[in-house]
Design a protein around this ligand. Structure first.
Ligand code: TRP
Length: 442
């Protein structure tokens, strides 16, 4: 096992990890949650959680991965604490559910790319979205997205992931900056910026109970935390790397791209007089397609935007495949290619309900993100904070010179801050989820 592949270059690891983090979560999910949850108030809570919970937990996953050199389930055995495999397993289940519907949303994006370049989205953007998002075509494009991902992952870590990420992440950044610049020239930009960027303390306090689960779920989702992805990626990095620095780069990049996506999406919405958050999971598609339709050069702009979104979605999707493929190939004597194909087939089937009915998509999404990821993060932070602290600190110190201060802050945060915040979040999330199920399915 010790001669597992390592990343060819440092930048390859960062770009692949950033490629996992940056995806539909930044561009589709972040703006629609921000819109649904009150704009700037949500943004503030989300940013606090990224820094106070996301960064420490990302370091936890890096430490576990590099220390154990294993997949997220095998890792705990290797570290001498097999009982904690449960934490890896919760994450694996979350990843599984997330990927099954992520591919469905990826399929919507493919349909939007095709529609953009072949003459638009019809007269009614909302009707177009509904016909895109559910039914036979949604299932077919879900299959196409899944097949593409499995094909690329079957090629292997260096060939597939590293090269793809090296091109894709910078492309996404350049295109978003261009679109945000264009958005700034629109009429609605002023109103959009104040909705999105000017928080009001009383809203934050008043809505804390509803904002917290959504913001925490999003922080985990967007950083690809709580599902073993970062454990797996870090299992391929060498001991000469500075984990802290790599984590910093990834978090800053991921957060910057989400913020940028908001700067793109909200001016387009406001210019059209669309209430942010009105259309749930479809809002970004409906509003942007409507906007692109009316704007000069909108066909090309739309095509470019959705193509970029597809690229970002693919790099995120590779990461979860990598986790499963590495688990199966580490544990059993099976090759990458059959593993990738088998995996794609199972995920395809599991995702089908979400391609038929959007309530299922919400049900999958909320359960995996607001409950399972939070639970997994809670377990991971307790494990490192209370069970594996000494070794974890030593691991974090590798590849850098340190006077131990950052380690001390990290440990205190993991022992006292993260578990408390996540336990409260989990309780709120479970309560919300029961309410959601009663409303949508009973
Ligand atoms: N981080 C990715 C994003 O922001 C989403 C993601 C997280 C993901 N976990 C995943 C995608 C698992 C697929 C599978 O879009």
């Amino acid at each position: 096992m010790d001669e597992r592949a390592t990343w060819a270059t440092r930048i390859g690891f960062i770009l692949a990890a950033a490629g996992s983090a940056v995806g539909l979560g930044n561009i589709w999910r972040f703006p629609f949650l921000t819109g649904e949850s009150g704009g700037a108030a949500f943004l503030v809570v989300y940013l606090l959680l990224v820094v106070g919970v996301g960064v420490p937990v990302l370091l936890v996953e890096f430490v576990i991965g590099r220390r154990s050199n294993r997949n997220p389930i095998g890792a705990f055995e290797r570290l001498g604490h097999p009982g904690w495999k449960a934490a890896g397993a919760v994450g694996a289940i979350a990843a599984f559910i997330i990927f099954s519907y992520y591919s469905v949303v990826g399929g919507w994006v493919i349909q939007y790319v095709v529609a953009s370049f072949t003459g638009g989205y019809g007269a009614d953007a909302e009707a177009f979205f509904l016909s895109t998002a559910s039914g036979t075509n949604a299932i077919a494009y879900h299959g196409l997205f899944m097949t593409t991902v499995a094909g690329i992952v079957a090629l292997g870590i260096r060939n597939g992931l590293e090269k793809a990420a090296t091109v894709m992440v910078p492309t996404v950044v350049v295109l978003l900056v261009g679109l945000a610049g264009y958005g700034a020239t629109l009429d609605g930009a002023g109103a959009a910026y104040s909705y999105y960027l000017a928080p009001d303390l009383s809203t934050i306090v008043g809505d804390a109970v509803s904002i917290l689960p959504a913001a925490a779920g999003q922080a985990f989702y967007t950083l690809s935390l709580g599902m073993g992805i970062m454990i797996t990626y870090a299992s391929y990095i060498g001991e000469d790397r500075n984990l802290l620095q790599d984590a910093g780069v990834i978090v800053v990049l991921d957060t910057a791209i989400a913020l940028l996506a908001g700067l793109v999406v909200f001016p387009f919405l406001f210019t059209q007089g669309i209430e942010p958050g009105e259309g749930g999971a479809g809002s970004i598609f409906i509003s942007l397609a409507g906007a692109f339709q009316q704007l000069p050069g909108g066909e090309i702009l739309g095509g470019v935007f959705f193509l970029m979104l597809l690229v970002a979605a693919l790099t995120s999707a590779f990461s979860i495949f990598e986790v499963v493929v590495s688990y199966v190939t580490d544990t059993f004597d099976v090759d990458r290619v059959p593993t990738a194909i088998g995996m794609a087939a199972v995920l395809f089937v599991v995702g089908i309900p979400t391609a038929i009915d959007l309530s299922y998509l919400d049900a999958y999404d909320l359960f995996a993100n607001n409950i399972l990821l939070i639970l997994s993060g809670l377990l991971l932070s307790i494990f490192i904070g209370w069970v594996y602290a000494g070794e974890a600190i030593e691991e974090l110190g590798k590849g850098r010179t340190s006077d131990g201060r950052i380690e001390a802050v990290w440990l205190t945060t993991l022992r006292y801050v993260v578990p408390v915040v996540l336990a409260i979040t989990l309780a709120l999330s479970v309560r919300d989820y029961i309410g959601f199920l009663q409303e949508s399915f009973l």
